[in-house]
Write a protein that binds this ligand. Structure first.
Ligand code: ADP
Length: 501
């Protein structure tokens, strides 16, 4: 496989041969250099021949009728300026000096041997000096031009690199001048806030007509301070902003700010704070809930153990029943906590089977009737409701949780109704109570773990786990659960489960 640095050239019928781009460029440079040497040599050679043209003609015994070609004039010497400038242009100062010295050596034989003048070295020497200085100056100028264009190229390359980094950045970048005007923004900034080059920063970012009073960091940034702050747009998006001083190409100190969208992180942080708060509430609640049945049991057992007090049969039975109830409370609390952790670990896998939901309702309602004789339980099951396909034990747990809540959040003497009907290929079960109801803002959150409303429970217990467990159980069985409520009128909890096929 060829790389980008390679190009393909035809190769005299031998198929395609490959040359690296680098090699090709190097060869071209080499060829150009050889050509420059040849041109310089030809130029110099022509000047030298012209300088001794008369003598060459004499040796060749070929006399031309033009005196100018036989004597030496400054013009002939002046012609040497051409190879000197050429050398200065292509080979810089060193080339100019070498060709100037070579010219002087060309002038020497005529000056020392042939010249009839009293100071034969004066004029060639002067010419050499002036031509040498001109050559060196041209060489220096060429060096300067080349250095400048190399530097410009380097700056352009660096700028392109910087621009491509800015363009690919996920964070927004904004440069604001001392006049509050936006001078630059990268595409990420444009995506987040829209186009705004030339606009005032307070208009662009805050939609205000005057500069911001407290939040503006420009003055401290101009004093060299790096400022970090959070910027929130109407509570929907939050950015982590780092503003630092930046000197623009016109020498003005500006503010360069990066905007990182931290909305998601902020949300997670807030949720974590909320969860931590709920967990500590739960911990204190669980501790309290564990302690109160334990204290009751301890009190009852102490009474039973007192040998000096003779207890009647009825009293003993009442105390023992008390122990049994408190133990049930403890067991339910521990079961809820265990169920939650099993669900979270994915270890409570449903063992699905076909059954009639009426079978569960009958059993659970009987238990509730016995435990809460002052509540009025009703069951309404549509005829021909088909079998469902779910985990019997898990559905039973859900129904138990909903009925326990219905009892806990309603007065004695009120109705609690369980209704069942078939809808859209599912079986819907509803538990209706005539209790305190649930405020709208709580309705959206009651299925969250550890979430508890402010309503008073008429029954002991309550960990904020019952509904979260119920929702998770219904979901693993392929159903859905939701609630409706009217304050002081009551609540309805519905859950749907798939019909057995
Ligand atoms: P808890 O153990 O606190 O009852 P749940 O997860 O069972 O926890 O219920 C969460 C919250 O939902 C309760 O704290 C309560 O505010 C509300 N809730 C649940 N069921 C009812 C209901 N039948 N009537 C009124 N509020 C209810």
């Amino acid at each position: 496989m060829g790389t980008v640095n390679e190009l393909t050239k035809p190769d005299g019928g031998n198929g395609l041969s490959r040359y690296s781009l680098y090699q090709w460029a190097r060869d071209t440079q080499y060829r150009r250099r050889i050509l420059s040497y040849c041109i310089l040599f030809v130029l110099f050679w022509d000047c030298a021949v012209f300088y001794y043209f008369g003598e060459i003609m004499d040796i060749a015994d070929w006399h031309l009728n033009w005196d100018f070609l036989y004597g030496v004039h400054d013009i002939q010497r002046f012609l040497f300026i051409a190879p000197i400038l050429y050398a200065a242009y292509y080979f810089r100062i060193k080339g100019a000096v070498l060709v100037t010295l070579a010219s002087f050596f060309v002038f020497l034989p005529r000056a020392l041997i042939m010249s009839p003048y009293p100071d034969p070295l004066l004029r060639p020497g002067l010419f050499t000096l002036i031509a040498g200085i001109i050559g060196i100056l041209v060489g220096m100028a060429r060096n300067g031009v080349e250095q400048r264009s190399r530097l410009e190229g380097l700056v352009r390359k660096e700028r392109d690199k910087l621009m491509s980094v800015l363009e690919r950045m996920e964070d927004g970048v904004l440069i604001v001048g001392p006049d509050y005007r936006v001078r630059f923004m990268n595409p990420a900034m444009e995506r987040e806030f829209g186009e705004g080059i030339g606009a005032y920063c307070y208009q662009y970012l805050r939609n205000s007509d005057v500069p911001c009073k407290e939040n503006c960091k420009l003055s401290s940034v101009f004093r060299g301070v790096i400022e970090r702050s959070e910027y929130s747009i109407r509570g929907t998006r939050t950015y982590d902003v780092i503003a630092s001083p930046f000197t623009d190409s016109d020498g003005q100190v500006c503010q360069l700010a990066t905007f990182r969208n931290i909305t998601q992180r902020k949300k997670v942080e807030e949720e974590l704070v909320e969860i931590n708060k709920m967990k500590s509430e739960l911990l204190s609640n669980v501790t309290h809930e564990l302690r109160s049945p334990l204290s009751s049991i301890k009190g009852i057992v102490s009474s039973l153990l007192q040998k000096d007090i003779k207890l009647g049969e009825d009293t003993t039975e009442m105390l023992l029943r008390g122990i049994s109830e408190e133990t049930d409370r403890l067991a339910s609390l521990v079961t809820n906590l265990l169920n939650m952790s099993k669900l979270e670990a994915g270890a409570w896998v449903p063992d699905k089977e076909r059954f009639y939901i009426a079978d569960i309702i009958g059993e659970v309602i009987n238990k509730q009737r016995w435990a809460h004789p002052k509540h009025l339980f009703e069951v309404r099951i549509d005829p021909d409701v088909p079998e469902i396909y779910a985990d019997f034990g898990q559905v039973r747990q859900v129904l138990l949780n909903l009925l326990e809540n219905a009892v806990a959040y309603s007065e004695e003497g009120t109705h609690i109704t369980v209704a069942v009907r078939a809808v859209d290929g599912m079986v819907e079960t509803s538990v209706t109570d005539e209790g305190v109801g649930i405020p709208q803002r709580d309705l959206e959150r009651i299925f969250e773990k550890f979430y508890r409303g402010n309503q008073e429970r008429s029954q002991p217990g309550g960990t904020g786990l019952g509904l979260a467990i119920s929702q998770a159980l219904i979901h693993v069985n392929g159903g859905r659960i939701w609630a409706e409520s009217i304050i002081q009128k009551g609540s309805i909890f519905h859950f749907m489960l798939p019909i057995a096929r």
